[in-house]
Write a protein that binds this ligand. Structure first.
Ligand code: FJU
Length: 324
């Protein structure tokens, strides 16, 4: 993988993406002002790729930070690679462009660099992010994701977004898009959970064979938000093997986990609201892992998923019942 000076790689549509991105998800309990602060710090220390989502309910704050860093001359719009995500209640084709326009307005941008379908699970359209029935069960919705994809293609043709992709799709779901009759644009990426405990080697191989970039979310093992993650889940950054490799290189376990992805051709996301950690995470370009280090980290795989969404296994399009 040829890395340019700005740490970018080229996608299947000719656009480039920085291989390290800043994650902006924060649990509901985190004050929104922290998102503004953290995103500004990220841009100050060198992050040029910012991963956001309508569902995170902090797009306005992310936009505020980006605008502030453009206004003070740190970056220009073109330096920044900004990702947004189409939420599951907006899969119906006529809802796609309005959803994107709302995201653009929140971010104060006139285009996105990348817009991706957040999840293959479709939810009932409406105001609520998680529509529930009287038994507090989420209400699904039936829509052909190939039609959603066609609406995504139209957003690219309209110039509202430079590239389009998907997230949390399994191989079968990716193939459904790739084999679509009249497909105009392939997804440039599939953003999925990926870290040493779930290294996605099979999905990565498949994506590489189709020139689709695998983007790693939860690459540092998640924030362990109790809303989504089992409190008994192992803490990735306390993994002794990562600790030993970190010690050998005089680096942190987080830097090892991020560098691992970059060296195997994965674009990797890292979120933090600590200035020290944000700086540290950007230090991944200052060292290299050996092929032996990579092999040892590959050996940590245990197909362990933090975001299982187990309660939704019966939902149509639940992605994690297939092997990969
Ligand atoms: C959480 C944090 C960050 C993300 C279908 C039904 C229900 C929930 C899907 C979901 C998700 C996601 C959670 C999430 C996330 C997601 C019913 C309650 N939740 N896609 O992304 O980026 O799918």
């Amino acid at each position: 993988m040829a890395l340019s000076r700005s740490h970018r790689v080229t996608m299947n549509d000719g656009n480039t993406i920085p291989v390290l991105g800043f994650g902006t998800y924060a649990p509901r309990s985190v004050p929104k002002s922290e998102t503004v602060m953290a995103t500004k710090v990220a841009i100050e220390v060198g992050f040029r790729h910012i991963d956001g989502a309508f569902a995170y309910e902090n797009e306005k704050e992310v936009g505020q930070a980006i605008q502030a860093k453009i206004a003070d001359g740190t970056v220009t719009r073109k330096d920044i690679f900004c990702t947004g995500k189409l939420w599951s209640t907006c899969h119906r084709p006529d809802l796609v462009r309005p959803a994107l326009e709302e995201t653009l307005k929140n971010l104060q941008l006139d285009y996105l660099d990348l817009y991706i379908i957040h999840s293959p699970i479709s939810l009932k359209p409406g105001k609520e992010m998680y529509p529930m029935d009287e038994n507090q069960k989420p209400i699904g919705y039936s829509v052909d994701l190939r039609d959603t994809w066609e609406a995504m293609e139209k957003c690219k043709d309209a110039g509202l977004v430079k590239s389009i992709g998907v997230s949390n799709f399994n191989r079968r779901q990716l193939e459904m898009i790739l084999n679509k009759t009249g497909l105009k644009y392939k997804p440039v990426c599939n953003q999925v959970e990926c870290h040493p405990y779930l290294n996605q080697s099979k999905l990565l191989e498949f994506c590489k064979s189709k020139d689709i970039i695998l983007v790693a979310h939860s690459a540092l093992g998640t924030q362990r938000d109790p809303q989504w993650v089992d409190e008994k889940a192992p803490v990735l950054l306390e993994e002794p093997v990562l600790g030993a490799i970190a010690k050998k290189h005089n680096r942190s376990p987080a830097q090892i986990a991020l560098r691992y992805q970059i060296q195997r051709g994965v674009v990797v996301l890292a979120g933090s609201r600590s200035e020290k950690e944000i700086k540290e995470n950007f230090g991944v370009f200052e060292f290299q892992l050996t092929p032996e280090d990579i092999k040892v980290i590959d050996g940590l795989n245990r197909n362990f998923r933090y975001y299982t969404l187990n309660e939704f296994q019966e939902f149509p399009n639940y992605p994690y019942n297939d092997e990969y």
